[in-house]
Ligand binder design. Structure first.
Ligand code: CDP
Length: 241
């Protein structure tokens, strides 16, 4: 696609959304039989799967911590997830995203309850359209809860940014590519604690405050969908009892 002259026309974005509107969101908990916990999330054209194994004994043993569990996270893009085939295997970008995703999720998990253990999180990007790190974190926190890992809260994540001088929620690939600013954020919604904040581009102080408010609002909507997905998985319908 060629860069259009304007990314926002009459207050509407290329995909018809208002600046403060999230893409269509679908969350399903417990989609994989062999993982201890799992979740599938679609946010617009993003399709992301998260799987959790553990807590289980840490191997290799010399990585065991005597007083806490260790969270490990791998973010991976499928070769067919992007327009130009992604070469399989880790690269600088996926190593960075794996690290920031782990750091975004660590604060919610009661790691101290499982000394010498490991909790493994796998984030698989099946289809990418910008915002995959945040969608991955959203999916991973549902997968952790689905695995029964004791948690202080969920983590909800979304990107905000600036496109044609307008502050927008949840950027698409085109907006990420041609916009001026992209700011992914992860939040523990109950206490409003930010566990990830990155920024590509720049904001004035005022714009930053508006973007943050928009992100908090988006995370709130994502949080509700995450809780709904977990309730759906765990509510026993009368005919199944
Ligand atoms: O996905 P996220 O926004 O968290 O990370 P990014 O590094 O800002 O990447 C933005 C988007 O660029 C991704 O979601 C993909 O759609 C695209 N991308 C790509 O087409 N090929 C890659 N090797 C990496 C990213």
């Amino acid at each position: 696609m060629e860069k259009p002259e304007k990314l926002i026309v009459d207050g509407k974005r290329l995909d018809g959304r208002a600046p403060d509107e999230l893409r269509p969101l679908k969350i399903q908990a417990g989609v994989l039989k062999r993982a201890d916990g799992s979740a599938y999330v679609e946010l617009g054209k993003n399709k992301v799967l998260a799987a959790v194994y553990g807590p289980r004994e840490m191997h290799p043993r010399h990585h065991q911590q005597p007083d806490t569990a260790v969270l490990r996270c791998r973010y991976n893009m499928a070769p067919f997830s992007v327009e130009e085939r992604k070469r399989p295997g880790p690269d600088r970008r996926s190593v960075e995203i794996s690290k920031v995703a782990r750091e975004a999720l660590e604060p919610v998990v009661f790691l101290e309850l499982y000394p010498r253990s490991a909790i493994d999180i796998f984030i698989e990007i099946l289809q990418a359209d910008a915002g995959t790190r945040t969608t991955g974190i959203t999916a991973a926190s549902v997968a952790l809860a689905d695995a029964g890992v004791p948690m202080r809260d969920l983590v909800s994540a979304v990107a905000v940014g600036k496109v044609d001088d307008t502050i927008v929620l949840d950027l698409t690939k085109e907006e990420d590519q041609w916009g001026t600013t992209d700011m992914p954020i992860a939040l523990m919604p109950r206490k409003k604690l930010i566990t990830l904040l990155q920024m590509d581009g720049h904001f004035t102080h005022e714009e930053f405050k508006r973007a943050l408010a928009l992100a908090f609002n988006g995370c709130e909507q994502i949080y509700e969908a995450q809780k709904r997905a977990l309730r759906e998985k765990y509510s026993v319908k009368p005919e199944e009892e």
